[in-house]
Design a protein around this ligand. Structure first.
Ligand code: AMP
Ligand code: TRP
Length: 326
């Protein structure tokens, strides 16, 4: 079976874009892949974090992972900082990366804004990500398009080391999302739904209550035409809502258009509230059952142990190739 690895930062507000674009795939991949899913807390401290909130966010993501259907019997689920191999391999890879290639990363350029006081960790972020992936001999990395550059540098590093030291790493492939899987912001359908947007009604978080979901959908931006018809170019608002409706109901967009022929946006939005709540409620129920449980802690400890076993094996191989240690 092919090995899958992916990670999500514990930065709060996991929304339906994250779910439909990424997390749902994680669940599907479990069926015929050997999956490793990580909560990348070390990546999240490249930006300032409140320690108490970070801990809570880590547990929130872990509970959500399980609530959406990740199965600890099939997948390894763990917290990055509990497996020391990630930072160790990152150092070794850093010594084989170039400051030039890291300077070209768009995420670094965006987040550092040329500031002299940008954290060094923000600069080396892609190397830690490469270490996450290469540590597990990963074949496939399911991620959003925004991660393309990071996957490229991971592949470059793996090939560079393989050329220099002999076959050391598996060269991984990215598995990128289809355009339709991109969920847009509810208040500005030309921008991606995001965790950090100021307006909470721009997104539906997986942990929003029914009232909040209703408010966000009912006030979402549409157009003045009044016909429920898919056209991302001229009707991005309604098209985005159609995508969400389709993803949660399993109905095709054309079928939904037919169903709402001659009906108004109000009707459609009301039904979309029901469809969304119906899809999210079981996830929330499972989340609340597990969030404060000992079971969750046990699963993460067990996951870290399994991850550590693989990590140590890889590092032994890498150190051997590099002539490190005894
Ligand atoms: P992030 O929110 O940047 O931590 O992203 C976590 C995962 O969710 C990544 O694989 C993203 O590509 C994916 N993702 C984030 N926002 C969206 C969105 N609006 N639509 C679809 N996928 C998304
Ligand atoms: N950089 C990824 C993001 O922001 C998170 C991440 C860290 C990741 N390490 C990874 C994703 C390894 C896939 C594989 O979405």
């Amino acid at each position: 079976m092919k090995r899958v690895f992916s990670g999500v930062q514990p930065t709060g507000n996991i929304h339906i874009g994250n779910y439909l674009g990424a997390l749902k795939q994680f669940v599907e991949l479990q069926q015929d892949h050997d999956c490793v899913y990580c909560i990348v807390d070390l990546h999240s401290i490249t930006m300032p974090q409140d320690p108490k909130v970070l801990r809570e966010n880590i547990m929130d993501v872990a509970a959500l992972y399980l609530a959406i259907g990740l199965d600890p019997k099939k997948s390894i689920i763990f917290v990055q900082s509990m497996v020391p191999g990630h930072t160790e391999l990152a150092w070794i890879l850093m010594c084989n990366s170039y400051t030039g290639e890291l300077s070209r990363m768009t995420q670094f350029k965006q987040k550092s804004r040329d500031s002299e006081s940008a954290p060094t960790g923000l600069f080396t972020y892609p190397i830690l990500m490469a270490a996450d992936i290469l540590l597990y001999d990963t074949d496939v990395v399911p991620v959003g398009n925004d991660q393309k550059q990071h996957i490229e540098i991971t592949r470059d590093l793996a090939e560079r080391v393989n050329n220099k030291y002999g076959k050391t790493f598996v060269v991984p492939d990215g598995r990128f999302l289809k355009e339709g899987a991109r969920i847009m912001s509810l208040d500005d359908p030309t921008a991606k739904m995001s965790k950090s947007a100021e307006n909470i009604h721009s997104r539906i978080s997986l942990l929003d209550d029914t009232n909040k979901i209703k408010k966000s959908i009912m006030r979402s931006t549409t157009d003045s035409e009044g016909t429920i018809h898919y056209d991302m170019g001229s009707k991005p608002g309604i098209s985005n809502l159609l995508n969400i409706y389709s993803a949660f109901s399993g109905l095709g967009v054309v079928e939904i258009e037919k169903k709402y022929e001659g009906r108004g946006y109000g009707d459609f939005k009301k039904d979309l509230v029901d469809v969304t709540v119906e899809a999210i409620l079981p996830i929330q129920q499972r989340y609340h059952e597990i969030r404060k449980s000992q079971e969750l802690i046990d699963i993460l400890k067990d996951g870290a142990e399994k991850a550590n076993t693989i990590s140590e094996k890889t590092l032994t191989r890498v150190k051997e190739k590099f002539g490190l240690g005894l």
